[in-house]
Design a protein around this ligand. Sequence first.
Ligand SMILES: O=C(O)CCC(=O)C(=O)O
Ligand SMILES: [Fe+2]
Length: 360
Amino acid sequence: MSKPSTLSLPVIDLISWIDRSNHTEEERTQASKGLHEACLRYGFFYLRLDGFATDSEMQELADLGRTFFHLEQSKKDEIRLANEDGARGYQRLKENVTMGKADNHEGIDFYKPVANPDKTKPLWGTNQWTSHIPGFREKFEDWIDKMQALAECWPRMAMGLGMTQTEWEDLRSKVDDSFWVMRIIGYPPLPSTHDGFSCGAHRDYGCLTFLYADPTPSALQVFLGPDTDVAQSAIDASLALPPEQGDTEGVWINADPLPGAVVCNIGEMWETWTAGLYRSTLHRVIHRSSNYRVSVPFFFEPNFDAVVKPLEAALRIHNVTRSSSSKPLAGRFPPIIYGEFLKSKVGANFTEDSQPRERY
Ligand SMILES: O=C(O)CCC(=O)C(=O)O
Ligand SMILES: [Fe+2]
């Protein structure tokens, strides 16, 4: 495996939006510009959370996750996926599959609770919480609230798209009942004999991911292709993607944890809303250190019944910059009903002995 490049991702500071009364409009405009640029050029960046979440609060989540994964197997299996709708609950090591290869991690998945749960319907069951760790549920529910609040202020920051007030309100109505997902993931060291990764290369398919990971370095990697100008200097043909993922040349860079920040990345829904202006970037995890790594990604998603299609504001930008050779946008980004899209993803990524379910 080639060594990842030492390039690093941009850092976006949200404080002027979180603590509005102590910051100026000018500071908010600058933060928005930085965010827009980062979405255009990378689709992956750090979000500083000063004044919003502390390192010790985030580390506590990783510790709780680690305590769970270190329970005996039978206690973990008490909340296994198969008890529910096949999507909510615990999955064992290597139950997730990416590109046909077992991922060397275990995890617990939670989705937005639904009214009238029915576990016979895909994604419509009940979340499962361990009873073996005091405070586990409360701490993670607090985190879910925080991540939802963080996502609330986010689209407003994307001023760079030049949305009108009406367009902004329309977009907001698509995410005001977000069908969010949270995963708690446990990664033992990846054995050199394992045919696959800790988490294989993929794009997240919702709106926005906010990832807290424990301080383990050199685990999460992000792929920057040749159209990311920052990668131009570092392109190395030996780092091309495997043919099944397009054989694109580029670089894998480490996205090591930054204290006081989460990693944020764009999912396919934002790529659709912006008709490809914002990038949903490939990433993967290769965890070869000797410790047990824990990460907690929170996926902020559209409403289950939201229709997602390119935003007028994005099309206006395209119309200004589009070259005559580019493919018609409408064909490339047909409208999607988010919940249907989500269900269509369910199924490909589990081993045969577990209920099928998509890995984010
Ligand atoms: O554990 C990580 O660092 C990333 C996990 C991830 O990409 C995902 O669950 O979608
Ligand atoms: Fe991901």
